[in-house]
Design a protein around this ligand. Structure first.
Ligand code: FAD
Length: 473
């Protein structure tokens, strides 16, 4: 082909691509026709948001209801809890994310119950919301295995409020230790226990060890933050029990290298304000964090569908519920069995299921046969610290730096919003270069101060304040 012909072919191709792109954008922005069916999506987490996006420009009215005004990127919550990122870096207003979808409305509302017979949602404020088709994606919450009294003593990590509470407890413990004259009390303040060595527990324990070793090492005068003890407890015989054995072993070694004390086969039998009882031993600790159990959102109970032991809805192959082909359940709230095993509660599974539920809702609205869901597992990654991670990507097992780089790439790619991607990338680059964690703020309400004083007594006497730094700590 001559040069002029090449230029001509390239220009036509560019014009076709631009026209297709403009048509796509215009379609996403077109409102639904009057009288179109109403699809209500409850929850704008990974599954709900994917469902809403899949319905952009389709001939249905979409209503998204969430009790929060933001979509939250839970996989990076532990970084807010450990001060590497700020809340706004990992959350995006749902209304803003869906602003270009003219067929979609967003409301802030807490759904208390679903009346599937009457095709109506009941919000906690008494409002009723009718629907023609429903996608329920309200996710999961913590489970303390019947020990609800442990919840205030060992906070779990699920929401931004949880992350800020954990951050407050971690940095308050160091501050109190600096002023504590009694060595035993100081030791308890500098002992951090994480219960559960799934991905969240491993990430929290790794980040805690790095905070103590690097971030705070030069900031105090009377304590050595690097002497802090981080204990990770797991009932199963290995950390990351859902990962292949080789990766569990690699994760354990990487954790131990940065100073985490890992105890497997360790059953926690008691938690109180002063510590943890585990396998017949007592660990005095003022900061206990929970990364163990999850239970499905209680909204599942009102659907009238069969539930599994964790309260997840047993969905049919097309993600609908028995007896109500117009109701679909997606994400962590659903129990979907494929090839003899339940699909895991992870973000990619929720996104795929959310999209599929939306497609099936559309097919149902058009009177077409719905399609079976099939989860495509492309892998899983868990990070431990700087250049330390493990993972499985498209069948390949990765550890160390390679896994960590894959983890960084995947999290940036999945994060919602360009601003957040840039903010997180810059934050990570800064932390990597300086060991600093820029969001080390202790923010607390009067109520939190009251509970703190109730649990741990008043702040220690100021015996050492103003003494100046000892010659050696
Ligand atoms: C700390 C942590 C770390 C994680 N790390 C990873 C990871 O590294 N990789 C990975 O793949 N997965 C990870 N996960 C799991 C992943 O985040 C979940 O699988 C995913 O969020 C499930 O998506 P979902 O849409 O089902 O639920 P969610 O994302 O939990 O969204 C549920 C939505 O429903 C809303 N909602 C709940 N109840 C109501 C109600 N009654 N009325 C109105 N709205 C309601 C909530 O506000 C929320 O917006 C992690 C989870 C946590 C908690």
């Amino acid at each position: 082909m001559r040069k002029r012909e090449c230029v001509w072919v390239a220009s036509v191709a560019a014009a076709v691509v631009a026209a297709a792109w403009r048509a796509r954008v215009a379609a996403r922005r077109s409102p639904a026709p009057a009288g179109a069916p109403r699809v209500v999506i409850v929850g704008a987490g990974f599954a709900g948001l994917a469902a809403a996006r899949a319905l952009a420009g389709r001939p249905v009215h979409v209503l998204v209801v969430d009790r929060r005004n933001h979509h939250l990127f839970q996989p990076l919550l532990y970084q807010v809890a450990t001060a590497a990122l700020s809340p706004g870096d990992i959350a995006a207003p749902i209304r803003h994310v869906l602003r270009a979808q003219r067929n979609t409305e967003v409301i802030l509302g807490d759904v208390a119950r679903v009346d599937a017979g009457a095709r109506t949602l009941h919000l906690a404020d008494g409002t009723r919301v009718p629907y023609d088709l429903l996608v329920v994606a309200t996710g999961a919450t913590h489970s303390y295995f019947g020990r609800a009294d442990w919840a205030p003593l060992a906070p779990g990590l699920k929401t931004l409020e949880d992350a800020l509470e954990i951050r407050r407890r971690i940095f308050t413990a160091f501050e109190r230790a600096e002023r504590e004259a009694d060595p035993a009390a100081r030791r308890a303040l500098l002992t951090f226990v994480v219960v559960g060595a799934g991905p969240t527990g491993v990430e929290l324990a790794g980040a805690l060890a790095e905070i103590a070793r690097y971030t705070l090492s030069a900031d105090f005068r009377h304590i050595s933050p690097e002497s802090a003890r981080v204990v990770l407890l797991e009932l199963a015989p290995r950390v990351l029990p859902a990962y292949p054995e080789r990766l569990s072993g690699a994760a354990r070694r990487q954790l131990e290298r940065i100073g985490v004390e890992v105890r497997t086969g360790a059953q926690v039998t008691g938690i109180d304000a002063a510590g943890v009882d585990v396998a017949g031993e007592r660990i005095e600790s003022r900061t206990v964090l929970w990364g163990a159990g999850v239970a499905a959102s209680p909204l599942a109970g009102s659907l009238g569908a069969p539930l599994d032991r964790s309260g997840r809805v047993e969905v049919r192959p097309d993600l609908s519920i028995p007896g109500h082909p117009e109701v679909f359940v997606a994400g962590d709230l659903a129990r979907f069995v494929q090839d003899g095993a339940a699909v895991p509660g992870v973000a990619p599974a929720a996104i795929q299921a959310g999209r599929h539920a939306a497609r099936n809702a559309l097919r149902r609205a058009r009177g077409r046969r719905t399609l079976r869901f099939r989860y495509r597992d492309r892998g899983a990654l868990a990070t431990i610290g700087r250049a330390a991670a493990v993972g499985r990507v498209r069948g390949l097992e990765l550890t160390g730096l390679a896994a960590w780089l894959a983890w960084l790439g995947v999290h940036i790619a999945f994060l919602i919003g360009f601003r957040n991607r840039v903010a997180v990338l810059l934050g990570w680059a800064w932390s990597y270069a300086t060991f600093d964690r820029g969001a080390r703020l202790i923010t607390e309400t009067a109520e939190q101060r009251r509970v703190e004083a109730q649990l741990h007594g008043p702040a220690p006497p100021d015996a050492r304040v103003g003494e100046g730094a000892p010659a050696s700590r």
